[in-house]
Design a protein around this ligand. Sequence first.
Ligand code: CA
Length: 129
Amino acid sequence: MKGKQILIVEDEKPIRDMIAFGLRRAGFDVREVEDCSSARASIADVRPDLLLVDWMLPDQSGLELTRAVKRNKDTADLPVIMLTARAEEQDKVTGLEGGADDYVTKPFSPRELLARIQAVLRRSAPGGG
Ligand code: CA
């Protein structure tokens, strides 16, 4: 997992800092943006290995960003994990139907998030089932 690029899309700085700190310590190469338009620009610039998207963002919802990423043939196979405070079952289903590969409900522990990220990266690795 060393050197894998993760793009964090989260407008709440304390949460973004906490996530980025944990991921950098685990050896990931982390980029951070705070809204969907910056995320699109960042993805177009350098494609990350995984996208971590908060549901509630200032310009568009994380769900809209996820749908757009999955609709684009250049990024359709880019793994996406959605972060959200919405614990409702229906929201979870909506998130997964929108194309998210996994879903983490706030509050989460950095360790749980790391485990989810590693699982999704393993699933998306070439030749890795
Ligand atoms: Ca947010």
